[in-house]
Design a protein around this ligand. Structure first.
Ligand code: PLP
Length: 383
């Protein structure tokens, strides 16, 4: 089945029982069993895969997890309360005193903060490798995980995921990737060699800016340690949220195609604007990461960044405040366009920031491309 067909028809296994097109929303804290034998059986099943207690999910959770696992080409999927809680589960399951975690430098700011402020003080050795580096010299005997994100948050640098997975595999080290930007529609993380793929389903998978959800996909073996971590730490996704995310999944590939088309036209237009110093979008042929993007992604999502020419804070505020269709707010992946003054936390470890102009992150939504261009145009004239 092609992706579009798969997304429409998957995740509906429990719908027949209620004679509906959509699976039922099952909310529960208590799960009941017909016999002691059934109760014992449930407690011998893999946690988060069968009804046991509300925290380990209901049929609604399992529908989403099964659909997402199959969509990502993985054996298993685990849902949790947010993208960040999924990231925390993956990192925590591989952390510990004396263990070495190797991360790409451009990871999402809160990922870095969790490593530096929670894991490192308890004895995990946290190290960041620069974009484009061969990771082989960074791998140590005690490296337990390589963790990457591509494109990098805010600054959009691309990584050679295929090459770094091969290097990690040669040393028997698993690779986890934050695949939120590409989603399985554009980024087949497992085919590139990634063992654990992480998604903030808060973004494109749900697509309507009204919930928080994290999803992790991989083999049962590769997810075993983080499944145990989620079980012990009470990490859990609410059935209501899983039901909505399953609804979002139906239209994911259609939405992404439109996000891509409009984002590309806006990025090309921005490149020609005199007040824009550079546009960071790997789908642009001029982008330094274009070849890597082309070799690993089948499309480009809606968020990207651009750098303005250097300007005063008040001129920058005039630009930001003049925008009407791009709302000022954190997040991305929803139907609506967003703008954010981007602070690349990962670059703060450098003495000198490469950008002297202000960095702006856009999420290009599903509005008309011409309307969005006009909005940016009138705001740039205020700069
Ligand atoms: C790349 C990336 N990963 C993970 C997250 C965290 O996801 P959530 O907001 O669902 O916790 C975000 C949030 O912005 C993100 O941009």
């Amino acid at each position: 089945m092609h992706t579009d067909t798969f997304l429409v028809h998957s995740g509906r296994e429990t719908a027949d029982a209620v004679q509906a097109i959509n699976p039922p929303l099952v909310r529960a804290s208590t799960v009941v069993f017909k016999s002691l034998a059934d109760y014992k059986h449930a407690h011998h099943q893999t946690v988060f895969d069968a009804p046991r207690y509300g925290r380990s999910g209901t049929s609604t959770t399992f529908e989403l997890q099964r659909a997402m696992a199959a969509f990502a080409g993985a054996q298993s999927c685990l849902a949790t309360s947010s993208g960040l809680s999924a990231i925390v589960a993956v990192l925590s399951a591989h952390a510990g005193p004396g263990r070495h975690l190797l991360l790409s430098a451009g990871v999402y700011g809160p990922t870095r903060i969790f490593c530096d402020k929670e894991l490192a003080p308890l004895g995990t050795i946290v190290e960041y490798f620069p974009d484009g580096a061969d990771i082989t010299p960074y791998l140590r005997d005690n490296t337990t995980l390589v963790y990457v994100e591509t494109p990098a948050s805010l600054t959009m640098e691309m990584l050679d995921v295929r090459a770094l997975c091969a290097a990690a595999r040669a040393r028997n080290v698993p690779v986890a990737a934050d695949s939120t930007w590409g989603t399985p529609v554009f980024f087949d993380a497992h085919a590139l060699g990634v063992q654990i793929s992480i998604h903030s389903a808060t973004k494109f998978i749900n697509g309507h800016s009204d919930l928080m959800l994290g999803l992790m996909t991989g083999s049962l073996d590769d997810l075993a340690a983080l499944r145990a971590y989620c079980d012990r730490s009470g990490a859990h996704a609410a059935p209501d949220v899983c039901w909505l995310a399953l609804r979002g999944l139906r239209t994911l590939s259609v939405r992404l195609q439109r996000h891509q088309q409009t984002a590309m036209s806006i990025a090309q237009w921005l490149q020609e604007q005199p007040k824009v110093k550079r546009v960071m979008y790997p789908a642009l042929p001029s982008d330094p990461g274009h070849a890597l993007w082309k070799g690993q992604f089948s499309g480009a999502a809606g968020p990207f960044s651009f750098e303005l020419v250097p300007c005063s804070e008040s001129a920058f505020a005039a630009f930001m405040d003049a925008l009407r269709l791009f709302s000022l707010g954190t997040s991305w992946g929803g139907y609506e366009s967003l703008v954010l003054p981007a602070v690349p936390y990962h670059l703060r470890t450098l003495d000198v920031l490469p950008d002297e102009g202000r960095l702006v992150r856009l999420h290009v939504g599903l509005e008309d491309a011409g309307d969005l261009r006009e909005d940016l145009d009138q705001a740039l004239r205020r700069l």
